[in-house]
Design a protein around this ligand. Structure first.
Ligand code: FEO
Length: 162
């Protein structure tokens, strides 16, 4: 059985994962409208992945006998001044998510809940990968600067995400 505190924090994270999905969908729409179809594809895949994360929390809460509490999803921004600014926002968003996951791990220790701690391990590893992927894109975009050819190349590369 989940403690009340743990249950509330897991339901909050379920909401945060939905917000992540919403944010990346907004970013995808922005990129597609701006003609960066590869970036739009990458971000749509990311948005779908976040729905998968949300469902992992949903399943876990129910499996532990908790009640799902769905909350309203905050509206994400809809405009970014450049691909670089957009992907910098991806990195800073993923860092915030990492911080949230680490706090959940801390709470699972304080609540003496090893099942939740083990469940969260997958997310701890996932966040390392997500931050690394987004940071690599930011690094490349910084190198590219204002080069249209460079932007088209990275757009094609991101469009190959399976
Ligand atoms: Fe669900 Fe991108 O972290």
């Amino acid at each position: 059985m989940l403690s009340d505190k743990m249950l509330a924090a897991l339901n909050d994270q379920l909401n945060a994962e939905y917000y992540s999905s919403y944010l990346y969908l907004a970013m995808s729409g922005h990129c597609e409208a701006a003609g960066f179809l590869g970036m739009a594809h990458w971000l749509r895949k990311q948005s779908e992945e976040e729905l998968g994360h949300a469902m992992k929390f949903y399943r876990f809460i129910l499996d532990r006998g908790g009640r799902i509490e769905l909350k309203g999803i905050e509206a994400p921004p809809g405009h970014w001044k450049s691909p670089l600014a957009l992907f910098e926002d991806v990195v800073s968003h993923e860092r915030k998510i990492t911080d949230r996951i680490w706090k959940l791990v801390e709470l699972s220790g304080a609540e003496k809940d090893p099942a939740t701690r083990v469940f969260l391990h997958w997310f701890v590893e996932e966040q390392v990968e997500e931050e690394a992927q987004a940071s690599t894109i930011v690094q490349k975009l910084r190198l590219i600067g204002d080069s249209v050819n460079g932007l088209l190349l990275i757009d094609r590369e991101l469009g190959a995400r399976s």
